[in-house]
Write a protein that binds this ligand. Structure first.
Ligand code: ZN
Ligand code: ZN
Length: 444
């Protein structure tokens, strides 16, 4: 059976470029269908024939524009780290905060777990992602390419969901509106730089054609082994063909060498132990959801008297203050999203294990939504970091973090990991739609 050709969508405006992407075989990451992605003009995109997942969007100048935007992001990141984020004052006392103040104060309050998570998601992951992208994009321009380009680019793919600048910025916004009544606030240069950083990072992701990067790595000296694209068409129809998890190349792994010839990653037909891992992480998240909502996430101590506040308590306070849109935002991100994720993933896992064939396209879309929204629950944690870092005015007014925040942060991270562990192609396997694959063969 020849591999079918994915649907190509025309560009919004007439593409003037002469450059076209090469036609390549691929395995859809969401449903496991092998298909041919046709040659595309800049601005055109190709979607999976079966589940409509985006397979590739061709870009004008797919590497150089991303390089320029990553350089801009680096400049904004350096400015964000060096300048003050906010300055608050009350009763003649002034306090400056930068990106590090919150995590430092969280650590000194004994909540070092939270401090590490915030440091990783707002500083380390974005910095690593920008530097790794610059290393890859600059390294590919050199006549003698830099070493380890494949590994560094695979690292970027793993870091992508954990760099949370846009979620952090929303957390800063919520913290700002909560602080207005409590203290006087001046916004620092770092906050403007943070907005620029977020825009540059989103744009850099949007203009990058990841497949074009992997194709640029096919030249000798970078690729792990020789790649024969003509032969891969025959491979896709043979039993045992696999799409590489990291770079998407369709391979026919030999018994002795189960490594992708292009990126060197280990090949697996499906994510290993996907269902067991996803269940374990999901159950752990559901258990932590109770303490996350019962224990206070923060405590405002004003003139010696303190009132601990839970996540729902925070929403009620915002409602009481008349900030309805903000209350809706915090309720959605902190209360609704974790519940929807746990229920959504549970439904996907059960329907997969029962081998249901109904609404597969809808369930695949649900997986995409569950996977994408999880990180937005971190708004509450980031807001708290800002509040704790800024409001430290002794007995006049100060904000202390609560243990509920650790449990809540655990819920967010565990549900993100659970969604990443699950492999939506298993639902299509279980329904018997991927020839030669069944759920039993993956789990045994
Ligand atoms: Zn698909
Ligand atoms: Zn690969």
């Amino acid at each position: 059976m020849p591999a079918a050709t994915a649907q190509a969508r025309p560009a919004d405006s007439a593409a003037a470029g002469h450059w076209r992407t090469p036609a390549r075989l691929c395995e859809c990451r969401r449903c496991g269908l092998f298909q041919r992605v046709p040659s595309l003009l800049p601005g055109q995109s190709a979607r999976c024939l079966r589940c409509q997942t985006l397979l590739r969007r061709a870009q004008t100048d797919p590497l150089d524009r991303a390089l320029a935007l990553n350089l801009a992001a680096l400049a904004a990141f350096i400015l964000t780290c060096l300048m003050p984020l906010m300055t608050v004052s009350t009763a003649g006392m002034v306090r400056h905060a930068n990106l590090l103040s919150g995590p430092e104060d969280m650590g000194s309050s004994g909540l070092w777990e939270l401090s590490l998570v915030v440091l990783f998601t707002t500083l380390m992951a974005p910095a690593l992602k920008i530097l790794a992208m610059l290393y890859v994009l600059l390294g590919l321009r050199l006549r003698r390419p830099l070493p380890n380009l494949r590994r560094v680019f695979a690292l970027v793919e793993h870091l992508r969901p954990w760099a949370m600048i846009e979620v952090f910025l929303l957390g800063v916004f919520v913290a700002y509106t909560k602080l207005i009544d409590l203290v006087h606030i001046d916004i620092g240069i770092a906050l403007y730089a943070l907005v620029a950083l977020m825009l540059a990072m989103i744009a850099a992701d949007a203009v990058l054609d990841r497949q074009a990067v992997w194709e640029a790595m096919e030249r000798p000296g970078i690729a792990h082994a020789a790649i024969d694209h003509a032969a891969s068409v025959a491979r896709a129809t043979a039993p045992g063909a696999q799409g590489c998890h990291s770079c998407g190349l369709v391979c026919q792994p030999a018994e002795h060498d189960a490594e992708c010839p292009r990126c060197g990653s280990r090949l697996h037909a499906r994510r290993p132990n996907a269902i067991v891992r996803a269940w374990a992480l999901l159950i752990a998240a559901a258990i932590l959801y109770a303490p996350a909502n019962i224990y206070p996430v923060l405590q405002v101590i004003q003139l010696g008297a303190g009132a601990p506040s839970t996540i729902l308590g925070g929403v009620v306070e915002l409602l009481g203050a008349g900030m309805y849109p903000l209350a809706a935002l915090v309720f959605f991100a902190s209360v609704a999203v974790p519940i929807l994720k746990v229920i959504g993933l549970g439904v996907l896992l059960v329907s997969c294990q029962l081998g249901l064939a109904a609404r597969l396209v809808d369930r695949t879309r649900l997986y995409g939504v569950v996977n994408a929204i999880g990180r937005w629950s971190m708004i509450d944690i980031f807001m708290e970091t800002i509040l704790v870092g800024l409001v430290r005015f002794g007995s006049v007014v100060s904000i202390e973090p609560g243990v509920g925040a650790i449990a809540f942060c655990g819920v967010v991270i565990l549900t993100m990991l659970a969604a990443e562990s699950f492999d939506p192609r298993l639902m299509w396997d279980a329904a018997g739609l991927n020839p030669g694959r069944s759920l039993a063969s993956e789990t045994s």
